[in-house]
Structure formats: structure tokens, C-alpha cells
Design a protein. Structure first.
Ligand SMILES: [Zn+2]
Length: 467
């Protein structure tokens, strides 16, 4: 009796070992892919070059097609850019349509405390997310919304409560810098970036501030992205935030000040001296305050600046559109201070450096993860102009970790990706059906439409289709 139980257990153990071995093998299954295009590298554009992508990483950049028979190839004449890194967003609000308050505010507290705002957005968002059963639908919808604009990493799902892990769907599609990127193992809780609403006691208590300062001090936190001075330069409440940040020990080389609309040139010099950086969200700033940060002074002072959309109710739908908006501000208000190249890099290599992830993403170079997107070259001979003056339907493909997530259906099919069709600004496009974290996109969209109608609003479009 005892012996037969022992034998059964031994057999079970053997089968388990084989099964575990198979799972292990599957995790290590190699993927190999070639990609042809005009490759935008930090050293210039390699016309008609080839990327050799192995297991999600860029292995080589070649002038000639590598001799690799049987390896699937994406054969394009597109510009190939490093994926966008969005360092400031509030993704869970991006299911709601554009909010036009009808007047400007002195600071963010003025609209956050306003009944009309609360009814239009905050209360509806609370109702929609109460119970948690809509989380994965919202996650998929807003990540697709970012993805179609070339975004491969974003931030902001962590919100205020960072103590509980988010549902597993957060691991799908776009990397979430404050929740799950896949950079540091397979589970949540290992990210090195903290996202915060603000420094005043209403947004962050002294204990939390001390905890973050300690994390920066002991090297466990690479970046604190925090709203600072989101209000007019004349606004007293915004003015005290930089001092408060400093007093809490959080004005550091590991701090990115979000907005900084109210910061004076001398305060910007102080930001630079501390080695801190900034995130510029021009569209949302102009919509809410009628002004934006003094980026000319910040630039003169040498402050590193990323561009990010803030959120779609008052900012752009995605980082591609926010860069296009910034290009317009640059032309109309800043006398062409920034080159198109600088504007594009403020969405890729600059935020990567700010977030200390520039050894992984943000540039197209051997050894980097294959987080990238393809833009139709059309008649533009300058790749950066193709973004700054292009349109969202010029994006032909978006890839994360070597996996094609979105793009032109024929391109996706050419490397045997199973697709779900979607329409972006009238153009037929497709999603990688196997990568969707919450099932078919059409079903997610239909469920959300119903749920958002029930809270008295309508689902935001995937993209506003400006001419
Ligand atoms: Zn914000």
C-alpha cells in the first residue's frame, strides 16, 4: 500500500518536473525578426537599413540584409523611431471625452475643487471604477489610445493607492513605468519610478514624502514624477510648492517636476542646480490656465525637459499629438526655439534618461529593447518633421519588446501576427489580438460605452482626428 502511494507520488513528481520544464522552455522560446526601414539612430538616419531583432532586443543594425534564411522580415521604407515614453498621464480618465470648462483657472486646485469639474469627471470616474470590475476594460482602451500614437511606455495608473497590486491585465500592451514594465522580473512591486499628484499636505503627507526621500537616498527609487507649480506665476499656492518639495528633501536629481507652469526663471535655475528635470504638457496648460511653463527660460537654464500629454480631457490623446501641439507652440510662441529633432527626443531619449531607463529604451541602438514605431516617410525628407508635422495615421507599426502590437494589417500579417481590425481616423488598422490584455477590443469598447453611458457620459474617441 505504502509502496504504491510512494510510486504514484514519484510518478506525479516526474510529470510535474516535465511540465515545469516545458513551461520554462516556452518562456525561453526564441523570437527572431528582421526589420527594414530608414532607421533613426542617435548618430543619424541609416537609409534603407536593417534591424536584427532577437528575443525582443536589437541585436545589430546593418546596412545590408543579414543572411538569415527563414527569419521573418518586416520590409518597409518607413522611418523607424524609438518608442515614445510618456512621463505624465492620468490614464484612467482618458476614457472620458474632452472637458471644456469655458474659462481659465489660477491653479489646479481651483478646478479640482469646482463642482462642475467634479460632476463632469471626478465623480463619474469614481462611479465607473468603483468595484474594480471595469479596470481591465479601461486599461485596454486607454493603452490602445496611447499605443496608436507610438507610445511604448507610460505612467500614471498607480494613482494614490500604491499599497495594492493592480489586476494582471496591467502587464499587457504598453509598459507601465510605475506599475509593471517587465524590466525587473515578472511581477509587480519592483518598479523604480514613483508617480505623485503633488507635494502639499492634501496630496502627500509627511510620512510618504519621507519614505520617497529615503528611497531616493538608498537608490531604490530612480525617479519621482510630481506635479509642482501647476498654476499661474502669480498664484501663491503654486509658488510655495517648490519650497515645500525642497523642504521635504525631494528636490533632487531623481525628481521630475510635472508642469512647473508657475516657476520663475530664478526658480528654474534652482531646479537645474538640483539636477531635477521637468515634464512639459503645453496643451493641457493652455486649456486650463491660458499659459504654459516658461520653457524658454528652462531651456536657457539647461533643465532637461520631456513632453507628455497630461491626460486627454484637457491635453492631447497621445504623445504623438502632444509633440505636434508643442511644435505649433514652438513655431507660434517660441520663435522656433526647439528643433523638430529636439521636440521628438523630448518624447523618447530625454524621458528615458530622466527615468534612468536609457540603458533599456528610448534609443535605437544594439542592446536596447525593440520598443519602436514606424512612420510613413511620405514626402518628408526629415524624419523628425514627419512626426512634428505628420498625422497619427502615418504611424504604420508599433512594437514593444520585439512584439508588433499595432499597425497596418498587411505588415502585421507579413510576420504572422493574429489581428483584430480597428479604425483610426478613418484608416484601417489592426491590433495584435494575442497581446490584448482584456480580450477583443471591439468587446471592450462596447462594454465601456454602456458603462460610461450609465454614469451620464460618452466614451472618448480613440483619437481626435485633426486635419
Ligand atoms: Zn497631471
Amino acid at each position: 500500500m505504502c509502496r504504491s502511494v510512494l510510486r504514484a507520488l514519484t510518478t506525479l513528481l516526474f510529470v510535474c518536473t516535465i511540465l515545469l520544464g516545458m513551461v520554462h522552455l516556452r518562456a525561453q522560446e526564441s523570437t527572431h525578426l528582421l526589420l527594414r526601414g530608414n532607421i533613426v539612430t542617435p548618430d543619424g538616419v541609416l537609409r534603407d537599413g536593417w534591424l536584427d531583432i532577437l528575443n525582443g532586443r536589437i541585436l545589430h543594425i546593418e546596412r545590408e540584409r543579414p543572411d538569415l534564411p527563414g527569419v521573418p522580415a518586416l520590409d518597409t521604407s518607413d522611418y523607424v523611431f524609438a518608442g515614445f515614453i510618456d512621463l505624465h498621464n492620468h490614464p484612467s480618465f482618458n476614457v472620458f471625452p474632452r472637458w471644456t470648462p469655458g474659462h481659465k483657472f489660477p491653479n489646479r486646485y481651483a478646478w479640482r475643487d469646482w463642482d462642475v469639474y467634479r460632476a463632469a469627471l471626478e465623480e463619474r470616474q469614481h462611479q465607473l471604477t468603483a468595484g474594480g470590475d471595469t479596470f481591465c476594460d479601461i486599461d485596454e482602451y486607454v493603452e490602445v489610445k496611447a499605443l496608436i500614437g507610438g507610445v511604448t511606455s507610460m505612467i500614471g495608473f498607480s494613482g494614490r493607492d500604491t499599497s495594492k497590486p493592480l489586476p494582471d491585465c496591467i502587464r499587457g500592451l504598453v509598459r507601465n513605468l510605475d506599475v509593471f514594465t517587465g524590466f525587473y522580473g515578472t511581477g509587480q512591486g519592483h518598479e523604480r519610478i514613483v508617480n505623485s499628484i503633488g507635494i502639499l499636505p492634501r496630496d502627500m503627507d509627511a510620512n510618504r514624502a519621507a519614505q520617497i526621500a529615503q528611497g531616493i537616498g538608498n537608490g531604490s527609487i530612480d525617479l519621482l514624477a510630481i506635479h509642482i507649480a501647476e498654476g499661474l506665476p502669480t498664484d501663491a499656492e503654486s509658488a510655495q510648492e517648490l519650497d515645500m518639495l525642497d523642504a521635504r528633501g525631494l528636490l533632487t536629481a531623481h525628481t521630475a517636476l510635472i508642469h512647473g507652469v508657475g516657476l520663475s526663471p530664478s526658480q528654474l535655475a534652482r531646479v537645474h542646480r538640483a539636477g531635477a528635470s521637468m515634464v512639459w504638457s503645453p496643451r493641457s496648460n493652455f486649456e486650463l490656465y491660458g499659459v504654459t511653463a516658461n520653457v524658454a527660460a528652462a531651456f536657457r537654464e539647461g533643465v532637461s525637459m520631456a513632453i507628455a500629454p497630461d491626460w486627454s480631457p484637457s491635453g492631447s490623446d497621445n504623445l504623438f499629438d502632444e509633440i505636434r501641439y508643442a511644435a505649433r507652440v514652438n513655431r507660434e510662441n517660441l520663435d522656433g526655439l526647439f528643433s523638430d529633432r529636439q521636440l521628438v527626443e523630448m518624447g523618447s531619449s530625454v524621458p528615458a534618461r530622466m527615468a534612468r531607463i536609457d540603458d533599456k529604451v528610448g534609443r535605437i541602438e544594439p542592446g536596447m529593447l525593440a520598443d519602436l514605431f514606424l512612420v510613413h516617410a511620405s514626402s518628408m525628407s526629415d524624419p523628425y518633421a514627419a512626426i512634428a508635422h505628420g498625422k497619427i495615421t502615418d504611424i504604420d507599426l508599433v512594437m514593444i519588446g520585439g512584439v508588433a502590437m499595432y499597425g497596418d494589417a498587411d505588415l502585421l500579417h507579413s510576420i504572422k501576427v493574429k489581428t483584430e481590425p480597428i479604425t483610426v481616423c478613418g484608416a484601417p488598422r489592426a491590433l495584435n489580438a494575442d497581446a490584448l490584455p482584456d480580450g477583443l477590443f471591439a468587446e471592450v469598447e462596447a462594454r465601456l460605452q454602456k458603462r460610461i453611458a450609465a454614469v451620464g457620459s460618452v466614451l472618448a474617441p480613440l483619437a481626435e482626428c485633426a486635419p
